[in-house]
Ligand binder design. Sequence first.
Ligand SMILES: Nc1ncnc2c1ncn2[C@@H]1O[C@H](COP(=O)(O)OP(=O)(O)O)[C@@H](O)[C@H]1O
Ligand SMILES: [Mg+2]
Length: 219
Amino acid sequence: MNPATLPDYIECIETGLLPAWQLLSVHEHEPVQVLALPAPWQLLGCGNYAAVVVHPDYPDWVVKRYAPGRPGHAQEADVYRRLGEHPAFSSCLHAGADYLVLRRIRGKTLWQCCLTGESITARTIADIDAAMVWATARGLTPHDVHAKNVMQHEGRGYIVDISDFYKTQPCARWQDFKRIYDWLYVPLLRDDPVPLPVWLMDGLRRCYRRWRRHKRHTV
Ligand SMILES: Nc1ncnc2c1ncn2[C@@H]1O[C@H](COP(=O)(O)OP(=O)(O)O)[C@@H](O)[C@H]1O
Ligand SMILES: [Mg+2]
């Protein structure tokens, strides 16, 4: 974005978007709900803490707003500052009271790739591995890297959600994802992908969460 247009974009966010945009987070393990979103803003995605929208006049930038009661936007801005510039990550242009302006990443999350039957490439997996090495070298701990926080665009991989990289305890989610990718996805789906139903994906997600909780209590 031309730096001269940033004040206009912020004005557009503060006066046109924020007053009419209503978010609700009922449970911290389920996606936030968008109760109202003013035109012409479009919803790109919802995480468990925040929702992300784009305006057609500023297609290369997005607004990530945290739902009421869900903290973390200032920490996320700080992680972007520590991360520096890397092609597999977004960057943060501005931090408002409960939102961030981020560079838009195109493509689909790996979750959406499974739902639509788009093949997840080995190159995407390698790009995410390299991005995690970069983050570690910058003193951060890659955390919560999973199918909804990673995107693929033209066969390359991007990490869209770095909000938990400030945490210091290790996280096995990407290693677990790669194990399923190698054992199941590559032999069954990579070269011949089919759209997977949402009930199957949600079922897998819930089973995985239960298994992780069980593992935590038994080690
Ligand atoms: N920079 C971005 N560009 C495009 N889409 C994004 C970007 N950041 C997030 N998204 C979309 O919004 C969704 C929710 O964002 P995310 O950062 O994961 O929120 P949360 O911190 O609540 O998990 C993502 O799964 C993705 O679909
Ligand atoms: Mg997320």
